[in-house]
Design a binder for this molecule. Structure first.
Ligand code: SAM
Ligand code: SF4
Ligand code: F3S
Length: 482
């Protein structure tokens, strides 16, 4: 297999990995109810984070967790609608679950998340085995919906909210290495990127009370966690105006994202802080200066470009142009030297010409991304692009352009990693390497995966690693000076 094909295969693996069952670490003896639930999460980190809220709500109802679907009384799929393929994956999984349900007639099946929100009760008509359908803002109603479903009725709640942030719910950590955790700081999205279904599935943007965010970070630190990732679709537009005034457009902003970052960074210098996702139109120099000021705010920014061409960006309704984005890259390089930068790229958006595609490639080369998530355009019903533009780039062309983009990214990742040989990075130890039991796997501030011999170090330690070799995905080295 060529290295490029191997790289694409790895990417595919990364995507499907998102749909794997999560490792559920809860002590099952805590649960009084004999019932068990099983949950699979698809899509972005927000969905994975939401599954932890759902686990918390169900735990209060006495549901224990199981990683074995055959032991489950309730099977939940937390779904994604971002591309057609994401929905197809869930439908295939539901067909599969149908076979299991035939052997376990009392088992309930619930669809949560973005697909539930997009399709609403239509899902019940299309997928006969589904018993409950719950949108991202309606998880508090799960207990009542389950009661209805147990009584033989179908339960649906897809109401979106202007206020819900689940601020008071303490998530049950599911993907548990005990070191890194997500903290959701806001929900929804007010940007109407023309290709994107998220504003329809997640509703209006709203920010979570910062006190509860800082408290959650404190609690995690005290339980041994050493890294938190602050999550939102557009973290730079985080704004807290006080509980009473959150929906009041005129009210003064009491805390913005730069200030929130600072507050979380001050929880403890040993707690690393990451965040995702930044929006190029909103990431200001104040955020960059805050990152530069605190050692424990990681020097890494995920700044999705989508396209490198201004006309295409306008059709995408991204509200910035090529010049603006270049300026943001320059500002990052100036204010945070050595900062890792990654991106999302869409190939073959409506009307994309060959020249526009080449602009995307030249943008990638300018920004020298360490990593990108790369997709070809998938039309989503109801979006502005679906209404306004023809999906006119032939599939073969989309795929060819995507392959070219992937090839460019592969070269950039490899070169960036080779440039790291001979440097020393501070690494947070996360887990045993998949390939060698005697090696640790951790990440540096720039979010690069680093493998090194275990020595006497343990998970949660910070160690300095001198880089000796590299490939496109990983750096390898040895611990120095610890
Ligand atoms: N809020 C983030 C942002 O603005 O960049 C991420 C949004 S989305 C959850 C993740 C990525 O999926 C997007 O950045 C975009 O590259 C991709 N995406 C969204 N809609 C798409 C579509 N219709 N077809 C292909 N890719 C899409
Ligand atoms: Fe979608 Fe744009 Fe919002 Fe990101 S910022 S979630 S791409 S609408
Ligand atoms: Fe998918 Fe919804 Fe996230 S559409 S990418 S799970 S916000």
């Amino acid at each position: 297999m060529s290295e490029l094909l191997e790289y694409i295969e790895q990417k595919k693996h990364d995507e499907t990995r998102q749909g794997e069952a999560l490792n559920l670490p809860l002590n099952e003896s805590e649960f009084k109810n004999n019932k068990h639930f099983y949950i699979e999460s698809y899509g972005c980190a927000m969905n994975f984070s939401d599954s932890e809220i759902v686990a918390s709500i169900l735990a209060k109802q006495g549901y224990g967790l199981t990683t074995n679907i055959f032991d489950a009384d309730l099977v939940l799929l937390n779904t994604c609608s971002i591309r057609e393929k994401a929905e197809q994956t869930v439908r295939m999984r539901l067909t599969n679950i149908n076979q299991i349900k035939k052997q376990k007639p009392g088992m309930l099946v619930g669809v949560l998340g973005c697909m539930a929100e997009r399709l609403k009760s239509k899902l019940l008509e299309e997928e006969k085995l589904v018993d409950i359908v719950v949108g991202p803002d309606a998880y508090r109603s799960l207990p009542e919906l389950l009661e209805e479903a147990e009584g033989g009725q179908k339960g649906v709640n897809v109401l979106l909210s202007r206020e819900e942030t689940y601020a008071d719910i303490s998530p049950v950590r599911l993907d548990n290495n005990g070191v890194t955790a997500f903290i959701s700081i806001m929900r929804g999205c007010d940007n109407m990127c023309s290709f994107c279904v998220v504003p329809f599935t997640r509703g209006r943007e709203r920010s979570r009370n910062p006190e509860t965010i800082v408290q959650e970070a404190h609690d995690l630190f005290n339980r041994g966690y050493r890294e938190v990732t602050l999550l939102g679709q557009n973290v730079d537009s985080y704004k807290w105006k006080g509980e009473e005034n959150q929906t009041n457009k005129e009210a003064a902003v009491l805390m913005n994202f730069a200030q929130l970052l600072e507050a979380v960074a001050q929880v403890n210098p040993l707690l690393r802080v990451r965040f995702s996702t930044s929006h190029p139109k909103d990431i200001g120099d104040d955020v960059l200066h805050t990152i530069a000021k605190y050692h424990n705010i990681c020097n890494y920014i995920h700044l999705p470009v989508q396209s490198g061409n201004s006309a295409c960006l306008e059709r995408m309704n991204r509200t910035y142009d090529r010049e603006w984005y270049l300026n943001r890259i320059d500002a990052i390089r100036r204010i945070i030297p050595g900062c890792g930068i990654s991106s999302d790229v869409i190939a073959g958006f409506c009307g994309e010409t060959e020249e526009e595609h080449l602009d995307t490639i030249s943008m990638m080369q300018y920004a020298k991304y360490d990593m990108s998530y790369m997709y070809y355009y998938s039309e989503r019903p109801g979006t502005m692009a679906a209404k306004k533009y023809a999906d006119d780039v032939p599939l073969e062309t989309k795929k060819r352009r995507l392959a070219e983009i992937v090839e460019v990214q592969y070269q950039l990742s490899l070169q960036n990693n080779l440039d790291d040989i001979g440097k020393t990075f501070e690494v947070l130890v996360e887990k045993t390497s998949k390939k060698n039991e005697d090696e640790w796997c951790g990440r540096n501030q720039q979010n690069k995966v680093i493998i090194f011999p275990k020595g006497n170090h343990k998970v949660g330690d910070y160690v300095n690693v001198y880089i000796e070799s590299a490939n496109k995905a990983t750096l390898k080295g040895r611990v120095v000076g610890n």
